[in-house]
Design a protein around this ligand. Structure first.
Ligand code: FAD
Length: 580
């Protein structure tokens, strides 16, 4: 079974559930019409189905390798990457003044979803460049923008992000890479970075590392971190890559999955770099890249959930085993297989809506007409981002594992590809900030910044969907009740969080994030069922929304209980007793 881009589903979610058609009514994104969206979807689908999906298995079987100081990528990756670059997909949201397409994040999200469904390992490469492009647009000097952005938008050069060091993972403030002024406006960067995705490779002409490092007078912690662009080959003023910089990949990691993506230990030995943004303002600048990447990584989860669901459906339609109530005698007729497939389909649709709505808010934060609207969308996007990242990737993992189960023994055998999906997506819950850290961000900064106003506003949206469904007919009644119940659980738990001490919030952070995600998910699917009423797919939309509302959304009750227990039960055993 090869990947088929779910174009109708993507369009329905974008237009009918999230309401992205409003984008074309803004001045900034006037060209983002439904026609342009369809054209982009069609073109990107051809690339993903025809060029990227065929190299996915090779990426798994022939991992990137370091040979005599040179990283060699899996067979076909270079050509597939060139096709991505030539299609203009790297610079899809980039500023047209620097060679980008200037399209909204919503459109990039469609393309990124399809690229990640077809070949997650390769798709990580343009995703990193997209984040770097946004960071440079916002924070770099004109000189740096003029030199780097056209190359990055064209995909001739790639971007990476270098935060992690052996002693500085989640605790980025512990990093120790040094940046010493050379006296000519450049800096000498020295230190070791680990786990750097696409840190070295042979798919394009130059690699531009965004590196977090400390100036000699830097304060400890995150306040003393600055950001530098450090290219593999030092470019001349015309952007021709020249001599090699003093940096190298010293080794590649052997990983559980994502084998096609080279994950490098990078050594910088007085490498020449240029500062991006203000001295000691590195975290703010890097956050631009990280926020972009967080949604992108949530979309990786969505993408794998979609690919796993397609694979499992195809298998279940063919595998004959036992007698089934529907007389199909293929396993899709068995109730327990149905349960798994419905769960996979419903969760995937919910995650898609969360990711697309997050992208929409991020776009409207830049494009809405009034300052107030832009501000509200910015906070909405900020609140949805950790949910998109953590729930998206948890769901990718969960759905991929259900996919293995649907395959039975064949799911455990590599040739079906079901196992690769599960292995590849596993890291998405870890990188770009672990999901636990994102949950803490949600109950900490995101709730505190406006004393819960954005959370309450989203909960009001959820309840409004329930209220709209209630009078729509008897068949919508269970759906309406479940959505209203989920909204109630979300409201009470949010109130509890706002009144709680920080470590009590932290203890309930992960269940709270999932609770919010499930409440949002059931609302989006309910909205879809309502939008489809009277049309050809009304029954299918209602069936999936009903399943989510009655079999998945009720988890919110248990999640609310778990989220509001406080930290004491977690510390009931001291570390010694816990680990005994
Ligand atoms: C394949 C791969 C690719 C990667 N790509 C990149 C890249 O391109 N660039 C880059 O800079 N990094 C990259 N990383 C690094 C990645 O971002 C880190 O692994 C991640 O941030 C977690 O850091 P850590 O591994 O040190 O885990 P730790 O920080 O040691 O975390 C271990 C556990 O403790 C928890 N934990 C830690 N601190 C807290 C806290 N304060 N509160 C609650 N829980 C906490 C974590 O959630 C986790 O469960 C990559 C990693 C991998 C595996």
């Amino acid at each position: 079974m090869t990947y088929r881009a779910p174009l109708a589903e993507m369009e329905f979610c974008a237009a009918r559930i999230v309401g992205q058609d409003l984008l074309a009514e803004t001045e900034r994104f006037a060209e983002a019409t439904p026609e342009t969206r369809s054209a982009i979807l069609d073109e990107a689908a051809k690339l993903c189905e025809g060029v990227l999906a065929p190299v996915n298995r090779d990426g798994d079987l022939h991992p990137a390798r370091l040979e005599n100081g040179v990283v060699r990528c899996p067979p076909g990756f270079r050509e597939a990457y060139q096709a991505i670059a030539e299609g203009g997909w790297v610079g899809i949201t980039g500023d047209p003044d620097y060679g980008g397409m200037g399209l909204p994040q919503c459109f990039a999200t469609f393309v990124n979803e399809m690229m990640a469904s077809s070949c997650l390992a390769l798709s990580l490469n343009p995703l990193m460049s997209q984040g770097q492009i946004e960071a440079l647009e916002h924070h770099a000097s004109d000189e740096i923008k003029n030199l780097y952005l056209p190359k990055l938008n064209a995909g001739t050069w790639n971007g990476t992000m270098n935060l992690t060091e052996p002693q500085a993972g989640s605790d980025v403030g512990a990093l120790s890479t040094r940046a010493e002024p050379n006296g000519d406006g450049t800096y000498a960067i020295t230190g070791q970075k680990i786990f750097i995705s696409w840190g070295d490779h042979d798919v394009c002409e130059n690699i531009c590392h965004l590196v977090l490092a400390r100036l000699p007078d830097a304060a400890p912690g995150t306040k003393g971190i600055s950001l530098f662009i450090v290219p593999k080959y030092l470019p001349d003023a015309d952007g021709n890559p020249g001599p090699a910089n003093a940096l190298k990949a010293v080794s590649l990691e052997h990983k559980l999955g994502l084998h096609g993506s080279p994950t490098a230990v990078m050594e910088y030995d007085r490498a020449t770099g240029w500062m991006v943004g203000a001295p000691h303002g590195g975290m703010a600048a890097m956050f631009t890249m990280m926020n972009n990447a967080r949604l992108g990584v949530g979309v990786e989860g969505l993408a794998i959930a979609e690919a796993a669901t397609q694979k499992a459906m195809a298998f279940a339609l063919e595998r004959r085993q036992g007698r089934t109530p529907d007389s199909s005698d293929t396993i899709i007729g068995h109730a327990d297989v149905r349960r798994m497939l419905m769960t996979m389909k419903a969760l995937t649709q919910a995650v898609r809506a969360i990711c697309y709505d997050c992208a929409f808010s991020l776009d409207m934060a830049r494009a809405a007409a009034s300052e107030d609207d832009r501000e509200a969308h910015s906070r909405r996007g900020a609140y949805l981002t950790p949910i998109a990242k953590a729930f998206g990737t948890d769901t990718g993992h969960e759905v991929a594992h259900l996919g293995i189960q649907v395959h039975g023994g064949m799911g455990f055998i590599e040739e079906t590809g079901a196992a690769q999906l599960a292995r590849d997506v596993r890291v998405a819950a870890i990188y770009e900030g672990t999901n636990g850290i994102h949950a803490m961000d949600l109950v900490g900064r995101k709730l505190s910044v406006d004393n819960g106003a954005m959370a309450r506003s989203l909960i009001a949206e959820i309840a409004a969907t329930g209220a709209a469904l209630a009078p729509a007919g008897a068949e919508f009644a269970p759906l309406a009740q479940a959505i209203l119940a989920a909204a109630e659980q979300a409201a009470c738990t949010t109130d509890w969080m706002l009144a709680a001490q920080m470590n009590d919030r932290a203890a309930g952070a992960s269940p709270y994030l999932r609770l919010m995600a499930l409440a949002l998910g059931t609302h989006y699917l309910g909205r879809g069922a309502l939008a489809a009423r009277g049309g050809a797919e009304a029954a299918a939309r209602l069936a999936v929304a009903h399943f989510f509302a009655t079999q998945i959304a009720p988890q919110t009750t248990a999640l609310a209980q778990a989220a509001t227990q406080g930290a004491a039960p977690l510390y009931a055993l001291d570390a010694e007793a816990l680990s005994a």
